[in-house]
Design a protein around this ligand. Structure first.
Ligand SMILES: [Zn+2]
Length: 258
């Protein structure tokens, strides 16, 4: 049995063009094991072999997906602006997770790709240019296990609740979840208001979160409550964080889109 860092080093050497025998000599790993890893990596890149890596949810001993911060961030992005749909004949059970990231914020696209890679390292992540946005698209058999909110129809037309294991992840640290939700459905505009004295204007930033699903808005405000960040409902589908200290808290782990 070899540890992950040994495996990564062996795969990196293979990637540099060394032969299986050379890699075996340098790392002390058996040639058989290296060939096996090589094969699995290639299969991971193959669309219809997607999901070769063991899934933490449908294994015999289910456990939370890791790393938790990447999962939680991706959960926020998915609930905000993602969808899971079948990509192949039903018997193959391969699903695409698609998250739309606006062209205007290349940093967000990178962060989304990074989170998907961290969560499913063996699955290929593709970025597809669409009008006004980049779709981050990854195929796996396990998206419905990882995001059980998946279901037919639109998210706001069905009940959205977190599973107990998802709640545990979000409650342990709500910040990546809030960051994901704001990165997909939030913005940080500057509000300009007239001074109460009527003497000129002043400006302040605030965070707005807009989602037509009352359940998803509820998950957002629940996470803010856990963090002690004050919010209010501005319009029927819009949640605002505008108090100076509350905005400063969000700036500490969200900040303007980039
Ligand atoms: Zn699974």
């Amino acid at each position: 049995m070899y540890d992950t860092s040994t495996r990564q080093r062996a795969l990196a050497l293979l990637g540099q063009g060394l032969t299986v025998s050379e890699v075996s000599r340098r790392t002390g790993v058996s040639r058989h094991a290296i060939r096996e890893w090589q094969l699995r990596t290639e299969q991971g890149r193959d669309l219809y072999a997607a999901g070769s890596r063991e899934c933490p949810r449908c294994s015999s001993a289910p456990r939370p997906p890791e790393p938790a911060p990447d999962y939680s961030y991706l959960l926020g992005l998915y609930l905000g602006d993602g969808c899971i749909s079948p990509v192949s004949a039903p018997e193959k059970k391969v699903w695409a997770l698609r998250i739309a990231c606006a062209n205007a914020w290349p940093g967000l696209i990178d962060e989304c790709v990074g989170a998907v890679r961290a969560l499913r390292p063996d699955n290929r992540v593709r970025t597809i240019q669409r009008p006004g946005c980049v779709e981050v698209n990854t195929h796996s058999k396990h998206w419905p296990c990882l995001f059980p909110q998946h279901g037919p129809g639109r998210k706001h037309e069905r009940r959205i609740e977190l599973a107990a294991w998802q709640r545990e992840i979000v409650h342990a640290d709500p910040r990546p979840f809030v960051r994901g939700l704001l990165h997909s459905d939030g913005c940080r505009p500057t509000n300009r208001v007239r001074r109460p004295s009527g003497d000129g204007w002043y400006e302040y930033p605030r965070y707005l979160f807009t989602n037509v699903s009352a359940d998803i808005r509820g998950l957002y405000t629940e996470a803010l409550d856990l963090l002690g960040i004050s919010w209010k409902q501005n319009k029927p589908i819009e949640i605002s964080v505008a108090r100076r200290e509350a905005v400063a808290r969000l700036d500490g782990f969200v900040g303007p889109k980039h």
